[in-house]
Design a protein around this ligand. Structure first.
Ligand SMILES: Nc1ncnc2c1ncn2[C@@H]1O[C@H](COP(=O)(O)OP(=O)(O)OP(=O)(O)O)[C@@H](O)[C@H]1O
Ligand SMILES: [Mg+2]
Length: 253
């Protein structure tokens, strides 16, 4: 009897999560779709009254809307994969320093000079094995949050510390902060704290970060104070380098 009640409760919870998922996703897809509809309509009907700059800015808005939808779709697919236990790291050779610079560049395109990100690499970095997709989701979401929830001009510190077996990524901002009560729910899908006011978001970013860190068998910690700032610390294990063919054949001799 008890077993059946637990199953029913689980099914109910799943259903509720599903409908929440559908309603938020429909909303988040509708925004960029409206942008595309409006911009293409204007370009079609009034292109002769628009300057070249205006036309270009509508094309850029369309491109951004498509990118936003694509990102949302990727995130939903990733969450689905994680829930069915299929999210496993896929390692490839990567230069961590260059990779972090790429992420910072992509954020610069969206946020321009809103905040200065002070980046520091400590320790020895070599070309080594990382899962670029998982790492991208982790760092991009955390840095994106630091920028989004910081006032204009607030500094952000991004430290990447390489030790023998682990790499620690620390992202510290001087933004709106997160209350103790909210910190307990941060990694739940769609959770957003009350103090976000009119800053937009879906509440999916951190649940994706958590799933990627778990897939990596790493750790994540948060330390935050309201109106003072937030620090997220992620610790990921370093992979043992794969031996090159030459090294392998030497070992076999
Ligand atoms: N650096 C931060 N400073 C203050 N609040 C934060 C910070 N990072 C996360 N939060 C809080 O945690 C909530 C969840 O973050 P999460 O990244 O999952 O969602 P989001 O930023 O609202 O939306 P998105 O899905 O677009 O990332 C945020 O809505 C915000 O309340
Ligand atoms: Mg976010």
């Amino acid at each position: 009897m008890e077993e059946r009640t637990i199953q029913l409760l689980k099914a109910q919870e799943l259903n509720q999560l599903k409908s929440e998922f559908v309603s938020i996703l429909s909303h988040d897809f509708r925004n960029p779709l409206n942008t595309i509809l409006l911009s293409t309509g204007l370009l079609e009907d009034s292109h002769d009254q628009l300057t070249r700059e205006q036309q270009l800015s509508y094309f850029q808005m369309i491109r951004q809307a498509v990118q936003d939808m694509n990102q949302l779709l990727n995130e939903v697919l990733l969450l689905g994969k994680a829930d069915s236990g299929k999210l496993k790291p896929n390692f490839e050779q990567l230069n961590l320093k260059e990779f972090c610079q790429k992420i910072l560049h992509s954020l610069h395109l969206s946020f321009e000079d809103k905040n200065q990100i002070v980046t520091q690499f400590k320790g020895k970095f070599e070309e080594e094995l990382w899962d670029a997709k998982l790492l991208w989701h982790i760092l991009h979401n955390l840095l994106n949050n630091a920028l989004k929830y910081s006032p204009q001009g607030g500094q952000i510190f991004f430290d990447i510390i390489a030790d023998e077996k682990i790499v620690t990524f620390r992202i510290e901002d001087q933004g709106i902060g997160i209350s103790q009560a909210s910190q307990k729910h941060l990694f739940e899908s769609f959770y957003r704290a009350d103090n976000v006011e009119n800053i937009s978001g879906t509440g999916l970013g951190l649940s994706i970060v958590r799933k990627c860190v778990d897939a990596y068998q790493g750790d994540i910690f948060v330390d935050s104070q309201l109106n003072k700032g937030t620090t997220f610390t992620v610790i990921l294990p370093r992979q043992q380098p794969v031996m090159s063919k030459i090294e392998k054949s030497i070992e076999q001799i």
